[in-house]
Design a protein around this ligand. Structure first.
Ligand SMILES: [Zn+2]
Length: 247
């Protein structure tokens, strides 16, 4: 699909950075975002405004008052509504030229199999490691780039998985995972990490810059220290070790 005058004008400032052809590439891309909470609000907003052609969003949740310190896609009048319905409406209003498909369903293997293979890039905007590891497994299976972020308090982490080349999330998963519980989060933390996920997604789609391949960026907003550490593949990883480095 070619860009017309409206698009050229709408995306003018970023076309000046990476060119019309790359803007067309964004238009022709599909991104799957799993989770429409704090991380999801930020990443979805920027992917929408930057002109990703198709977004697929999965979230079974309902908007609650306690979401509203950080989940900026929602407001008080949305309380009690399905997040997926609100997201679809808001994103289409924000950019009528993009296609948004929302799934008000629990993220599970059946839905994941259906959606991951259709995506060019997959975004982990989840809040628990069970779903995250399932998403990771499917991304490795279909060799889809996966952008992971996680947040707690003032802290966040982000990396980008390129199956067969970089560590997968199973290679770096925490050895002890907490039981599902309410994670304390300062409003800005998922905002920062979600925006970084959007930046990574754009670079991966356009093959620009240096995405966080094999690097885990640790962010401490309390001290304002950002530090990236090298991460290595686990040669015995039950998920990704079957993929050779050449594949
Ligand atoms: Zn692995």
């Amino acid at each position: 699909m070619m860009l017309d005058e409206y698009d050229i004008s709408r995306y003018d400032r970023q076309i000046r950075v990476f060119g019309v052809e790359n803007q067309e590439k964004l238009r022709n891309s599909t991104v799957l975002v799993v989770g429409a909470g704090g991380l999801g609000s930020a990443v979805l907003t920027y992917l929408t405004y930057m002109g990703i052609g198709k977004l697929m969003v999965v979230d079974e949740g309902i908007v609650e008052l306690s979401n509203l310190n950080r989940q900026i896609l929602y407001n008080d009048s949305d309380i009690g509504k399905l997040k997926a319905d609100v997201v679809c409406r808001k994103l289409k209003e924000a950019n009528p030229r993009i296609y948004v498909e929302c799934f008000a369903r629990k993220f599970d293997r059946v839905l994941g199999e259906e959606l991951v293979k259709k995506a060019d890039v997959v975004i982990d905007a989840l809040d628990n490691w069970d779903d995250r590891l399932l998403l990771n497994e499917l991304c490795v299976k279909y060799k889809k780039p996966l952008i992971h972020a996680g947040v707690e308090g003032w802290y966040g982490q982000i990396t980008t998985v390129l199956p067969g080349k970089t560590p997968c999330l199973y290679c770096i998963k925490p050895s002890r995972r907490r039981a599902k519980s309410t994670i304390p989060v300062v409003g800005v933390t998922p905002g920062v990490l979600g925006v970084l996920e959007a930046a990574e997604a754009i670079k991966v789609i356009l093959n620009l810059g240096q995405p966080l391949y094999g690097r885990l960026l640790l962010i401490d907003l309390y001290t304002m220290e950002f530090r990236s550490i090298e991460i290595k593949r686990n040669p015995l990883c039950p998920v990704c070790s079957i993929l050779s480095a050449e594949s």
